[in-house]
Design a protein around this ligand. Sequence first.
Ligand code: IPM
Ligand code: MG
Length: 365
Amino acid sequence: MKKKIIILPGDGIGKEVTAEGKRVLEKIAEIFDHTFEFEEAVIGHDAIESTGQSLPDETLSKLRNCDAILFGAVGHPKYDNDPTLKVRPEQGLLKMRKELGLYANLRPIRLFDELLESSSIKAEILRGADILFFRELTGDVYFGEKGRKDDGRTAYDVMIYHRYEIERIAHKAFQAACTRKRKVTSVDKANVLESSRLWRETVQEISKQYADVTLEHLFVDSAAMKLIQNPRSFDVILTGNLFGDILTDEASQIAGSMGMLASASVGDTVGLYEPIHGSAHDITGKGIANPLASILSVALLLDISFGLKEEADTVIKAVEQTLKAGFRTVDIANPKTVKEKIVNTQTMGNCVLKQLSMINEPISQ
Ligand code: IPM
Ligand code: MG
């Protein structure tokens, strides 16, 4: 298979983890005899510094002409601490999602048994948890009208959803549930918000087309509690942009660390794959970032954008074997275990590459 992939490292640890994700793609190409052509482009803080734009036109046109995108992270503390700055790295990410029509953000909460003890949640609560989030990605307060009035002393961000936006993500969530445990939990705040009442009404209607999928509704505050109380009770969670952003950071603790969570953003055209974590400038340059979220994003890329299921499963297996062998970056290290080997970003990447070669020895002979 011949494919063109744009690598968009972005800022902070985005660069460090994406480098490892790219190496995994190269290895997969070598083992399975594919031709992956790579091209890099800039986004975020780096892009602002070099072009004045957080998503330069040149980057956008490259993204429109490729088969998949592997993205790192955007952000810089300079902007976090100065809310008055008008051009911000995150705008590049939001514009990219909107321009490419990436309305469905899939965030699988995959719990590797080896990391059961690394989570701050008790192992007996976590064991067997397997959740797939469908976070709506191009609507909500993120893209509603926003502004200031009264000489800047009043600010607003409109939470807005159109029916078609809810319908298309609901269909994706129900379709996925059909291949899993056949349960969709729709999360909203319908006891307060009109946009949530439209959300609930629409999801109820769509659910009629999926008679063998159980639909439950939860208010977002209750969902936040139940995620930690009983994560096993969930299968597919369908929610809006803002609630999905918050709940998936929370849910990352079920998988042990933010450094383990991959995501896929899809819509009608090209797919974008990225870890859910941010640019983490506090650890940038130290070489300690966990590359597994980027590597697991590569697995999603291979599966969803290229339909290469075997290759995707091989990547997941290699990650599992690496963890079994005891290799850990600091974020997933369990202080109680002496058998673990704490490694840096690149070494973790090397371990996965080694496992990939080992898993595939019989096939390539
Ligand atoms: C995420 C991030 C982004 C979001 C930020 C960086 C704009 O937190 O992908 O979850 O809020 O969507
Ligand atoms: Mg987030």
